[in-house]
Design a protein around this ligand. Structure first.
Ligand code: SF4
Length: 463
């Protein structure tokens, strides 16, 4: 089920262990992540106080489960409606096929400049690289994505790609790109980006966007955003290419309306996104705005193989990013450490499924404390905790043999009353001997790896 183009980023150096070690040691990075996660948590709490979120989540879960269950039928309907509205539809088996199609469309139009809005599917297939290899200039127009393009980095978060950078770091990047100092105030940064990007909207030959949801009954593509750049990318250039993962579909407008309500609540703790673009076909006769051509690329990339498996529910994801903010591991290391466009709990499950169990990403499910906070955060009720455990069971890295042996001994001891109490007494005595003022700062032997990042209470409850 692995895609031809691996999801991992070659620009991210080192092993998973090295990357996470460097990330937790970077106080500025951790401070940036915590600040954004705290802001998300405040919004989320406010939203849960104002809405019957549990009921909304259950309805959202049903909508997504129904859509994934009826995927072939809904995709056929979507295809026929998009074609009826004057658009082109291409089913891409993998990332390489999707990139080849978009490059072909661009070259056929003699295009030179591509304006892009944020799209995780295009990150996944490395579309920018494919277009640049074909000689095109690609400019990201989402503020966060443009910052990352200047920094040569990949997204740290599904909806807030540059969340790991602070304003000072962004001002430095803008100054390096423009050759003049840029103030670090929010308004100045936004004004600078707006000025630089405006010329791109006006002169781009092709606009490339993602798709948050496709509505099968009318062939409409819903693109949700807060900056207004998607509207320009999808309306100003003569050609619009939309790339969607094949699961990002719903049957009709009742379902779409509910998910479009739930998405900003979960993502940013707001009742509504600033812009919801609804695109049905290219510009028609008599209309003033819109592209002459619309191409919809529907990407499989390993998704269809997940249907009917124990991981099918991962296809219910609406990419809100809530599980990332809720995850204590993501909050400590950020998205760069995952070396995948999809980070946090959803990335730890999805990336190895798309890349295959022998890929370097196979270890990602271990980047979790299994605390279950992602389950609570998910607005479509994906059991991420269970999926992480199942994903761990798929891989057998040799370095985990000792860990498995330790768990086997533990399991054997706790099967009987004597073993259970004996191990508890031994642990209690050992921790008291090692503890200083109620805490153990360093365990001996293999336990040292565990205490290298955290302390352990030497008595319970901790003092
Ligand atoms: S798994 Fe759930 S919480 Fe995480 S991004 Fe997807 S929908 Fe959002």
């Amino acid at each position: 089920m692995s895609a031809d183009r691996p999801v991992s980023y070659p620009d991210v150096a080192g092993t998973l262990r090295q990357r996470t070690r460097e990330a937790v040691a970077d106080a500025e990075l951790v401070g940036n992540l915590r600040a954004s996660a705290d802001a998300w948590a405040a919004g989320r709490t406010r939203m849960e106080e104002q809405h019957a979120f549990a009921a909304m989540r259950e309805r959202a879960r049903q909508i997504r489960t129904d859509a994934v269950g009826r995927l072939p039928e809904l995709l056929r309907r979507l295809e026929s409606e998009v074609r009826a509205a004057g658009g082109h539809v291409y089913f891409a088996a993998d990332g390489a096929a999707a990139c080849a199609y978009v490059v072909e469309v661009a070259l056929a139009r003699g295009a030179r400049l591509v304006a892009k809005s944020k799209s995780m599917a295009t990150e996944e297939i490395k579309l920018n690289e494919a277009l640049e290899e074909a000689g095109l200039r690609v400019v990201e127009t989402d503020l966060g994505e443009w910052i990352l393009q200047l920094a040569g980095q990949h997204p740290s978060h599904i909806i807030a790609p540059a969340v790991h950078l602070n304003r000072g770091q962004v001002a430095d990047l803008f100054a390096a790109e423009s050759g003049r100092p840029v103030p670090r105030e929010r308004e100045a940064l936004v004004a600078h980006a707006r000025g630089r990007l405006r010329e791109v909207f006006a002169s781009a030959d092709i606009g490339v966007s993602g798709v948050n949801l496709a509505v099968a009954e009318t062939g409409t593509l819903c693109v949700v955003e807060n900056e207004g750049n998607c509207r320009l990318v999808t309306a100003l250039p003569p050609v619009h290419v939309a790339v969607m993962g094949m699961e990002r579909i719903v049957a009709g407008w009742d379902e779409a309306a509910h998910l479009l309500e739930v998405l900003p609540m979960a993502a940013i703790g707001d009742d509504a996104a600033t812009y919801v673009n609804l695109i049905t076909g290219p510009r028609r006769a008599g209309e003033q705005d819109g592209p002459e051509e619309l191409h919809l690329v529907i990407l499989d990339g390993g998704r269809s193989a997940l249907r009917g498996t124990e991981f099918e529910e991962v296809l219910n994801c609406i990419r809100c990013g809530a599980c990332l903010y809720s995850c204590p591991v993501w909050r400590s290391v950020g998205g760069q450490a995952y070396a995948s466009p999809y980070s946090g709990p959803i990335g730890a499950v999805l990336t190895p499924l798309l890349e295959g169990p022998t890929s370097p990403s196979a270890e990602l499910p271990f980047l979790s404390s299994l605390c279950g906070s992602c389950d609570d955060a998910c607005p479509v009720g994906i059991p991420l905790h269970d999926l992480l455990v199942r994903a761990r069971a798929r891989v057998r890295p040799p370095q985990r043999r000792r860990e498995r042996a330790a768990f086997r001994v533990w399991s054997h001891l706790w099967r009987g009353r004597v073993g259970y109490w004996a191990s508890r007494v031994a642990a209690r005595v050992g921790l008291r001997l090692l503890g200083r003022r109620g805490w153990v700062h360093r365990l001996p032997g293999p336990g040292a790896a565990w205490t290298s990042q955290r302390d352990l209470p030497s008595r319970w409850p901790p003092t």
